[in-house]
Design a protein around this ligand. Sequence first.
Ligand code: AMP
Length: 403
Amino acid sequence: MRILVINTGSSSIKYQLFDMERAVILASGLAERIGEEQSSLRHKAFIDGQERLGQYDRAIADHHQGLDLIVELLTAPGVGVITHKSDIDAVGHRVVHGGERFKAPCLIDEAVIAAIEENAALAPLHNPPNLVGVRVARQIFPQAAQVAVFDTAFHQTIPAEAFLYALPYELYQKHRVRRYGFHGTSHWYVTEQTALFLGRPVEELDIITVHLGNGASMAAVRGGRCIDTTMGLTPLEGLVMGTRSGDVDPALPFFLADQLGLGLKDIDRLLNKESGLKGLCGHNDMRQVIEASHNGDEKAATALAVYAYRIKKYIGAYLAALGRLDALVFTAGIGENAPQVRELCCRGLEGLGIAIDPARNLAPNHGPRLISPEGALVQVLVTPTNEELKIAQETRKLLNGGR
Ligand code: AMP
């Protein structure tokens, strides 16, 4: 079974093609700046153990043309990995917001499209372009099953005490204002991979997953079911991120409006695009923050400390929510590649059974690996995430009747 996974943004399409029987990735790529004059499409095919690169650098008018060009590359001599687009059996779509309706991946039909559209108010920047991807893929691959895998679905097991804000109840009932959480596909994948690595049934494990990429979130997972997560109604809540503030005093916008005369759009931009690591030290890329901090930049060192302290606080909170802990798992760009950040997050937690072995922490990454000392109470791990593979696996499972 060949499954194409696509993640459609407002001006981009990210894709990966998997051969599920052989358990290999055949090709991946990214079309960017769709609708602009200088679009680009970078394609990578994996053929006979070698990477072959393909690209287009010309205007891509819309997502339909973008996906057409992706098909051209997937079938082109030299960089092609299939002979015809009908070789693709299914398309798995990343859909950001499934609201309360979608608790699991599902086959896409008209009713599902309408429901995703209904959730657009909850994710105005993401669901509409995700739907464009769904519509275009249905036109281009009419023979293929289309499956939606939602970023929010894994968090739908969170109980009311953790998902409700203490606001007038009507806001939840009538307007669906509550905490949803995001990055669910990553937390789900990493939870399962960690259980596999530890050789224990996921049902027996209490795990905290720490996804640290450009966006960042944590989840408390009991027996494979999420019971709390740091992102909320939107992906702004929770941890400090590249450009997002994470938790702030909810009264901050009033202060900014009263004292600085900022409007809603300014405040939105400030909290989402100008805060986080970037706001604290001028760099949103963790590699630059670490380098600047090594070079004696005090703001960068403080940004790192604020970043790690927020994570540490949530580790404590989730340890209390779970009542016990088997594994603490770091993942995504920063979680997988920045030993210094992992060390800072866990420093001083020895009393809670959480410790890091310095040599293990510095070892190179190969799949899931332990970074806690031998015999530690809590296993601390680095488990690489792979949201696209998880979407492909769930798509196949759905088509195979749950297997
Ligand atoms: P992601 O969104 O998962 O692709 O993660 C992006 C983040 O990972 C960026 O902040 C990068 O700076 C960070 N990152 C990637 N590689 C490293 C590295 N070797 N050390 C520190 N941060 C890294």
